[in-house]
Design a protein around this ligand. Sequence first.
Ligand SMILES: [Zn+2]
Ligand SMILES: [Zn+2]
Length: 158
Amino acid sequence: MAQEHPNRLAEWLTLLRKNIPVVREHFLDWVEAVREEPRLAWETPALRYGVYGLSGIILLWVAAGVVRLAVPPLPASAKPQATTADFHVVCANPDCSHHFVIHREFGFDDFPVLCPECKRESGVAARRCNSATCAGRWVAPQSTAEGMVCPVCGSRLE
Ligand SMILES: [Zn+2]
Ligand SMILES: [Zn+2]
């Protein structure tokens, strides 16, 4: 069985070698015919579809290039700058202590703001208290002689 492959290959090569002059003759005939009647070239399907295929590939390539030019990848510096930000607010009213988030211009510091819960102007910029008791709770910092402290557990806020 294994011996068959080289034999078959040799057969194919012989067949090919035998056909090359025939193919060349056909080709020369075709060239001769086209020289006399150029329209014939376009009427040869192999050539026509070849040209169609090639045109399609070139069109796709050009289109891809145009798209790449029209939509350049945004460099990191070109990203629109954020002009607003979320601010955590905690109501300083001890009976309320409501925590909410407001969306304002970057750098906003016009506190206190209206608390939506108790409707008082007692919403202050919240800070996170990371003590064991509060575990990251948002609190309204209290100003003392030692600095800002948590009104819930009394620990200093960094
Ligand atoms: Zn409130
Ligand atoms: Zn605390």
